[in-house]
Design a protein around this ligand. Structure first.
Ligand code: NAP
Length: 506
């Protein structure tokens, strides 16, 4: 097999026009481009990527212990199986290597170091006018694949700028900074923190974890994939496909607990509490670490090492709020000062305020202005008033139970069918009808209202500035697959190439 360096397609110069421009080279953008190239190897598609390398979240998140908490059997492209995974839950370096290999194998044209600066819909010319850090181009269709969990969110704490030590966010880990023997503070107890905190506990002198909300945790049952098993997957791909189907099926069963019949959740809660009793012997600490909301409301975290780490004598869990940061540490709401050399933010991202929404404009209005703090889209992908714009990992496509890659492949199929439909009908633009979009969102909202994400008694990043859950997909993923299998052109206003323009184009 060729190495990525030999076959990877580089674009040093931007074309003046491209049929489909994809912004972002993570799982979403690469999956989108691969889907189009698989249908037509000459498909006119270009991916622009602001970083020097592909990989998205798996390029940016390099913190110690970074791994996927969804089984890799499912967290990989269905069209690009790999028998090389080391564990059932793959580690970040191998997921990044996988994405680089897919880029090469699928011959995806990627223009690196190319940042989107702005994209304006030109209704007269029926195309997007796009400005990038490497120049301008036009595109018939624009696909944003900029990630939902890509823009680090820093806490707004008084005095933070005065801190004399080192600070960094989990998604921008400072590998040049040695934590050995330091007093380290970590703000946050989400999916990122629970992966890196146990990894640094042995290195640092003392760890202080600032917990605003406790997390429900169950063990990650991970295992090494033996060489024989990997060889079997290589030789008999049907076996690997069967494993994928099995994992997919049992993961869908989680929906019954999380979204359909929360009555099952108390049973899982008993298991999580038993784990806590077993791993945290100190009753006072256990009380601090026991969440007050229904399990599943926030992302259910998987770790066998998080709770034992918090129970170590050289680790403090601070549940009093953070009052302020001083040059030498953090003062909590009880007035206790925690001296620190380094402060690490495991404080998450800005999913409901995606920066790309400020850059995309149609009819004199940016997507961010149009959304007014509450992202919404038709089938998670198109927005009324923004013709020929498709959002990968758009509003209400996030999952609490399965692999986002499944959703991304569904969206990519929808976009592919939209392009086919435009070709076969001679359409220059498609713009979803507001009524169709509203009806769709009303359905989503109504389905979400009884799920644990909405009714579980927690606050989470799923809720936007208006208090609406604009992140989660409310039901089985096969329902989303069914909805995106065919481009529902009947729900769109369309513009057709006029005979004159068609003639000129011919
Ligand atoms: P997160 O889930 O949003 O967690 C952020 C943490 O920081 C929460 O504990 C939050 O507390 C706390 N926090 C935020 N601002 C704070 C403040 N001002 N003061 C005190 N505490 C504050 O972020 P994340 O852990 O980076 O995970 C984000 C998402 O990324 C996950 O939900 C998941 O979808 C994805 N992820 C996936 C994997 C994977 O393996 N697939 C791994 C990591 C992350 P509150 O709970 O009180 O808000």
């Amino acid at each position: 097999m060729s190495t990525p360096a030999q076959v990877e397609v580089h674009r040093s110069h931007l074309p003046s026009h491209v049929r489909t421009l994809v912004v972002g080279a993570g799982f979403a953008g690469l999956g989108m481009a691969a889907t189009l190239r698989r249908e037509d190897p000459d498909a006119d598609v270009l991916v622009i990527e602001r970083a020097p390398e592909v990989g998205g979240t798996w390029r940016d998140n390099t913190y110690p212990g970074c791994a996927c908490d969804v089984p890799t059997a499912l967290y990989s492209f269905s069209f690009a199986p790999s028998a090389e995974w080391s564990h059932t839950f793959a580690r970040q370096p191998e997921i990044l290597a996988y994405l680089k290999k897919v880029t090469a194998d699928e011959r995806i044209p990627v223009s690196r170091d190319t940042e989107l600066l702005g994209a304006d819909w030109d209704a007269d010319a029926q195309l997007w006018r796009v400005r990038t850090s490497r120049g301008e181009l036009t595109a018939s269709v624009l696909v944003t694949a900029t990630g939902t969990l890509s823009e680090p969110k820093l806490p707004d704490i008084p005095g933070l700028d005065s801190f004399a030590g080192t600070t960094f966010h989990s998604a921008r880990w400072d590998h040049g900074h040695d934590l050995t023997g330091e007093r380290v503070g970590v703000i946050g107890t989400g999916a990122s923190a629970i992966q890196f905190v146990p990894e640094i506990a042995d290195t640092v002198d003392h760890l202080t974890v600032f917990q605003r909300t406790a997390a429900w945790v169950i063990p990650r049952i991970d295992r090494k994939l033996p060489r024989a098993e990997r060889a079997l997957y290589r030789r008999v791909p049907a076996v690997q496909r069967a494993v994928r189907t099995l994992v997919y099926t049992y993961r869908e069963a989680y929906v019954v607990a999380l979204a359909k019949a929360p009555v099952i959740l108390p049973g899982i809660t008993v298991v999580a509490k038993a784990l806590m009793r077993n791993q945290v012997r100190d009753g006072a600490l256990r009380a601090k670490l026991t969440p007050s909301y229904t399990l599943g409301c926030k992302r259910l975290l998987l770790s066998a090492s998080w709770l034992p780490t918090l129970a170590r004598p050289d680790v403090d869990v601070v549940t009093a709020g953070i009052a302020r940061v001083t040059p030498t540490g953090v003062v909590d709401d009880d007035g206790v000062e925690h001296p620190l050399d380094t402060l690490i933010f495991g404080t998450g991202f800005t999913p409901t305020e995606p920066p790309v929404a400020h850059l995309v404009t149609a009819g004199g209005q940016s997507l961010a202005q149009h959304w007014a703090g509450s992202p919404h889209a038709h089938r998670g992908t198109t927005v009324a008033g923004f013709p020929n714009l498709f959002l990968m990992y758009g509003p209400n496509t996030n999952l609490g139970h399965s692999s986002i890659v499944f959703m991304l492949e569904s969206q990519a199929a929808y976009v592919r069918d939209a392009l086919r439909t435009m070709d076969s009908r001679g359409l220059t633009s498609v713009d979803v009808r507001p009524a169709a979009q509203s009806a769709y969102n009303a359905d989503v909202e109504s389905s979400l209202s009884t799920t644990v994400w909405n009714a579980g008694g927690c606050s989470s990043w799923y809720f936007d500035a208006t208090g609406r859950n604009s992140a989660m997909w409310p039901t089985f993923t096969w329902t989303f697959r069914r909805l995106t299998r065919r481009f529902d052109v009947e729900n769109y206003s369309t513009a057709r190439r006029t005979a004159e323009k068609a003639g000129a184009a011919a």
